[in-house]
Design a protein around this ligand. Structure first.
Ligand code: ARG
Length: 462
């Protein structure tokens, strides 16, 4: 019979008991549950609500149960509804009445909210670590390939040449924002619901500030109803995971395209590739595809919890038990994706020649040639049209802008001189983009310094 079964005559239907149980999911919270209970018991004793002797027995009993679970020696009983019941029931079996005093002034409603917040804070920190590892890999790759040029695209059409380092740093900045979102989610979780009891507070002189301090919470939630029914901190965490997964999916997509035969921009290391069971020649970017695919599930976790929360009346409702599975899935998935992407990026081979060869196709100098004319006084719109005609001419002849004789250029516009050749050189085109945040070598060096400083500052938040 369950610990709450005093007013019941019959036991629960067995299949329905399993339906209502959350133990398979929330046993992952055993360490947080034991920490929360130890803090609660110490506070009860400090305020004379239970005896020091009972508190000492509870503390030792909980510590021993924690060690048993940790070591895999604890036989969970499927008849226990959740981790709270499993631990408390075992405590009572081990130490008797002292154990039966632990739940004084407490409900599973504030207990589960406490456990879940402690878990969310820890997992946010794990994710922040994984995030930094991936940023480190991206920045290192950007540094290692500082002079590699590839075609920058809009609409996946060749647009203007960019540095590979600039391209990789764009992902580092996306991840920098993800880090801040994770830090915000951690802060959202950093408030103690313990002492709210079932929904209304209790008649015992609980010291909520004491338990909050002992558990490392920054604040105490000021409203008991809100304390037991708020799951915004999990939504914040899953949202942060969703946005970051989306960023990783974009990176994965580029890795997949770049490692195709058509692009050949990168070669993934064997350690981050798979083969085919039928085609002996295959080397597949499975892990990048999985990173791309898993992002869908993470976003599903966010939508799932949002829909679960919608329309819940105050205060605790059993629907809230559905909060943990998706949050754990989102955090676990993103964490693995970050580490996998970091490994992939730091071990991939960059095929600089293939990137440069593609950058030479598609008239990537066109904007610079138009700018050349505009700087000589031709209104930019006219210059755009002149170069458009020249591109058309190149297409008819099957040649590049650099192959057009000066006479043909002059026939389109008198302002062309021999110095236009300087506008057609890819490294010069790149270097000329000196604006802050642009792809010019010097601007990227400045950006690299800022990316490193940003990582350094973020690492102090761990
Ligand atoms: N397993 C429950 C959950 O995860 C714990 C709280 C149960 N509270 C209750 N009043 N039934 O939400």
């Amino acid at each position: 019979m369950a610990l709450w079964s005093g007013r019941f005559e019959e036991g629960q239907d067995a299949r329905t008991q399993r339906f209502g149980a959350s133990l398979p999911v929330d046993k992952a919270l055993f360490a947080q549950d034991i920490r929360g209970s130890r803090a609660h018991a110490a506070m009860l004793a400090a305020h004379g609500i239970i005896s020091e002797a009972d508190a000492a027995a509870i503390d030792a009993g909980l510590a021993a149960i924690g060690e048993d679970i940790e070591a895999g020696r604890f036989a969970f009983d499927a008849a226990d509804e959740d981790i709270h019941m499993a631990v408390e029931g075992e405590l009572i079996r081990r130490i008797g009445d002292a154990g039966a005093r632990l739940h004084t002034g407490r409900s599973r409603n504030d207990q589960v909210a406490t456990d879940t917040r402690l878990w969310a804070k820890e997992r946010a920190a794990d994710l922040m670590r994984a995030n930094l590892a991936l940023r480190e890999a991206l920045v290192e790759a950007a540094q290692a390939h500082a002079d590699v040029i590839l075609p920058g695209c809009t609409h996946l059409q060749h647009a203007q040449p960019v540095l590979l380092s600039h391209h990789l740093l764009a992902y580092a900045w996306m991840l920098s924002r993800d880090f801040k979102r994770l830090a915000q989610a951690r802060d959202a979780a950093d408030a103690s619901p313990l002492g709210a009891a079932a929904l209304a507070g209790t008649t015992y002189p609980l010291d909520r500030h004491m338990t909050a301090g002992a558990l490392g919470f920054a604040r105490v939630i000021p409203n008991s109803l809100d304390a037991v029914s708020d799951r915004d901190f999990l939504l914040d965490l899953i949202y942060a995971c969703s946005v970051s997964s989306m960023h990783l999916s974009r990176l994965a997509e580029e890795i997949i395209i770049w490692s195709s035969a058509e692009f050949g921009f990168i070669t993934l290391s064997d350690a981050f590739s798979t083969g085919s069971s039928i085609m002996p020649q295959k080397k597949n970017p499975d892990f990048a595809e999985l990173i791309r695919g898993k992002s869908g599930r993470v976003v599903g976790d966010l939508v799932g919890l949002l829909v679960t929360m919608k329309s819940l009346p105050l205060a605790y409702n059993k629907d809230l038990q559905e909060d943990k599975e998706g949050a754990m899935d989102a955090a676990g998935t993103l964490e693995e994706c970050c580490w996998c992407a970091a490994g992939m990026v730091s071990t991939m081979t960059v095929n600089a020649d293939a990137m440069l060869a593609q950058a030479q196709k598609g008239y990537l100098a066109a904007t610079d040639v138009a700018d050349y004319l505009a700087k000589k006084g031709l209104p930019f719109r006219r210059a755009h049209e002149v170069v458009g005609h020249l591109v058309h001419l190149c297409e008819q002849r099957g040649c590049d802008l650099a192959d057009l004789p000066l006479d043909d250029l002059k026939a389109e516009c008198e302002l062309f001189e021999a110095d236009v050749a300087g506008m057609l050189d890819l490294p010069a085109i790149v270097a000329a983009r000196t604006t802050y945040g642009g792809t010019g070598d010097e601007a990227v060096a400045v950006q690299m310094g800022e990316a490193r400083a940003d990582m350094e500052a973020d690492s102090t938040l761990l």
